[in-house]
Design a protein around this ligand. Structure first.
Ligand code: NAD
Length: 249
């Protein structure tokens, strides 16, 4: 119930899918949560359900540094210095082979999935330094661990591999400030992203998964809660793979 007591956490992409589930799990464990997303209506509804004393929704485009400054200002004014950042917002982008992928399509995926994580860390780190402690959790993917066969998506894979490097770089730079950074690398999780990108709700991936099933978002939340909590105080710069064994083979 209180594994995240004293934690003040920003979770991006929190209006649906895994971000929403993380926000609910965080409040369930005693955290104060700032939910951000482009989808204001749904985000406000979730924040209201979680209670004004626990949750604040701030509309944000994660690709806009000005929006990050606003999120930090609002978070600090309502709850105090931020000590957890979950960079979760992301898009899958077009499934297209490299020759067909346009420069604009490529850059859009890189801007949302990768550059936003730089902006998020850059603007949240000063708040974490004020807090004297921090945990940054960057949501990568199994597609940041292996090149997934039959998933033509160079921009997505490139961005998700990059998050592992960004996490390690910050982990080394800010360890002396008691700030940790790890990436989380989910396999195929039942969310609106997977439903929208697949004709069969992702079930065609099941034969590739040794544990023989997709995961529920709450299974990833269990890991994200652990990384946000002091239970993981000695874990930094790592990749946390949660994929039912998909990347073993
Ligand atoms: N679902 C999976 O199987 C899976 C697997 C591996 C990694 N991931 C990663 O997990 C994260 C969450 O995925 P999901 O499946 O819950 O996705 P989702 O599509 O269900 O939710 C993503 C949320 O991000 C928001 N968002 C998109 N662009 C944004 C922007 N520019 N600014 C602010 N918010 C924005 C969307 O509005 C949406 O609410 C993503 O980074 C995704 O790449 C998902």
């Amino acid at each position: 119930m209180n594994r995240l007591k004293g934690k003040i956490a920003i979770i991006t992409g929190a209006s649906q899918g895994m971000g929403e589930t993380h926000a609910r799990a965080f409040v369930g464990e005693g955290a104060k949560v700032i939910l951000t997303d482009l989808n204001e209506e749904r985000g406000q509804t979730i924040a209201a359900e979680l209670g004004k004393e626990n949750a604040l929704f701030v509309k944000q485009d994660v690709t806009k540094p000005e929006d990050w400054k606003n999120v930090i200002a609002q978070a600090e004014s309502k709850f105090g210095p931020v000590n957890v950042l979950v960079n979760n917002a992301g898009i899958i982008g077009p499934l297209a082979q490299t020759i067909e992928l346009t420069e604009e399509q490529y850059q859009k995926v890189i801007e949302i999935n990768q550059n936003s994580v730089f902006y998020g860390m850059k603007y949240t780190l000063p708040s974490m330094i004020k807090a004297g402690v921090g945990s940054i959790i960057n949501i990568s993917s199994v597609a940041g661990i292996i090149a997934v066969y039959g998933f033509p998506n160079l921009a997505y894979m490139g961005s998700k591999f990059a998050l592992r490097g960004l996490s390690k770089a910050v982990a080394v730079e800010y360890a002396s400030k008691n700030i940790r950074a790890n990436s989380v690398n989910p396999g195929v999780i039942r969310t609106p992203m997977v439903t929208a990108a697949s004709a069969d709700d992702g079930n065609s991936a099941v034969p590739l998964i040794p544990l023989g099933r997709l995961a529920e978002p709450s299974e990833v939340s269990n890991l994200v809660v652990f990384l946000a909590s002091d239970e993981s105080a000695y874990i930094t710069g790592t990749e946390q793979v949660i994929d039912g064994g998909l990347s073993i083979i």
